[in-house]
Design a protein around this ligand. Structure first.
Ligand code: ATP
Ligand code: MG
Length: 298
């Protein structure tokens, strides 16, 4: 029990230290969070965007906040590589060992400097195809202890205070729903991409997310309507009807067509990026990538 307490304290200390060191740089830089209802298309969107940004020369940090850990496979790592991943929350002690901290030194000392992308990837992450850096948060199961979740605090601190250079972007895939809005995490983001199907339940979640995004003052909000039907405006019209005034929240609305090939290649999105002529889905996400860049410069 004592060990557990010590460990909690150690992790909270590290999170606080990162915050203190980085005050002033909180949330600065190009940060994009992707949210929406279960199965809406968050992971697919994050993975394709990661590749599109990487191809534009960006140093991408793709963060998987979903305990299911789907993002690395969507980005295109193999099953074997996936088995090697040690999620940040899963095995903190392993990381402590890896960086050579002596017993008693712990996390605080490891993270005394304002971490940058390469620090974080070296310590906690892995490199994927197209040079995409990946950080996998892993499962946080602490319901029984009342969940102050020190791991969450540490991860929030890393993602929020990480030092981003000009050509760097963080893309964070989240688990379904809107719980992450309750954490400090979502507050450090400049852009939020909300993915929805044109179905009542999915649109309700998107509407809720849009409201929360505005409440915590995320400057740019994008709506993706996924798996649209071929009949023009059918999906958009339905979304508009259900969203009502909330439609004004969105800086941009983009429709993504149903793409049969995703099913053939899944979980890996990479082959879809090489299809010729280009898939309309990829073209639309390319447009989103360019809009993100445009707004980020404002
Ligand atoms: N436009 C599309 N056309 C066809 N299939 C799609 C499309 N978008 C997503 N899919 C498929 O739908 C499934 C769910 O997508 P994805 O995993 O991206 O959703 P998610 O929002 O991340 O789900 P979860 O909430 O479970 O994390 C995947 O099998 C994906 O390949
Ligand atoms: Mg997902």
């Amino acid at each position: 029990m004592k060990n557990n307490e010590e460990r909690r304290k150690k992790i909270f200390d590290a999170a606080n230290r990162i915050k203190e060191q980085a005050s002033g740089s909180a949330g600065k830089g190009f940060r994009v969070v992707i949210t929406g209802k279960g199965g809406a298309g968050k992971t697919t969107t994050t993975a394709i965007l990661s590749h599109l940004f990487a191809k534009e020369g960006y140093n991408v940090l793709a963060v998987d906040e979903d305990p299911q850990m789907n993002l690395p496979y969507a980005i295109g790592i193999s099953k074997e590589e996936g088995d090697e991943i040690v999620p940040v929350t899963k095995n903190l002690d392993y990381v402590e060992e890896k960086v050579g901290a002596r017993p008693g030194e712990g996390w605080g000392l490891m993270l005394t400097l304002n971490p940058d992308v390469s620090d974080v990837v070296e310590r906690f992450g892995i490199k994927g195809p197209d040079g995409i850096n990946m950080l996998v948060m892993g499962t946080v199961v602490q319901a029984a202890t009342g969940c102050l979740c020190p791991e969450n605090a540490l991860l929030d601190a890393i993602v929020r205070y990480i030092n981003l250079r000009r050509n760097e972007v963080i893309l964070m895939d989240t688990q379904a729903g809107v719980e992450h809005f309750g954490r400090a995490l979502a507050q450090g983001f400049k852009h939020i991409v909300i993915v929805t199907d044109a179905t009542f339940n999915s649109i309700q979640v998107a509407k809720h997310a849009a409201k929360l995004a505005k409440d915590i003052k995320i400057p740019y909000v994008y709506l993706l309507i996924n798996r649209t039907h071929s009949e023009p405006d059918k999906d958009l019209q339905k979304v508009k009807n259900i969203m009502g005034n909330a439609m004004d929240t969105f800086n941009e609305v983009i429709e993504l067509p149903y793409e049969e090939k995703l099913f053939n290649y899944e979980p890996n999105v990479m082959p879809l990026l090489d299809v010729n002529p280009p898939s309309l889905l990829v073209e639309r996400l390319k447009k989103l990538q360019q809009l993100l860049e445009k707004y980020d410069k404002q």
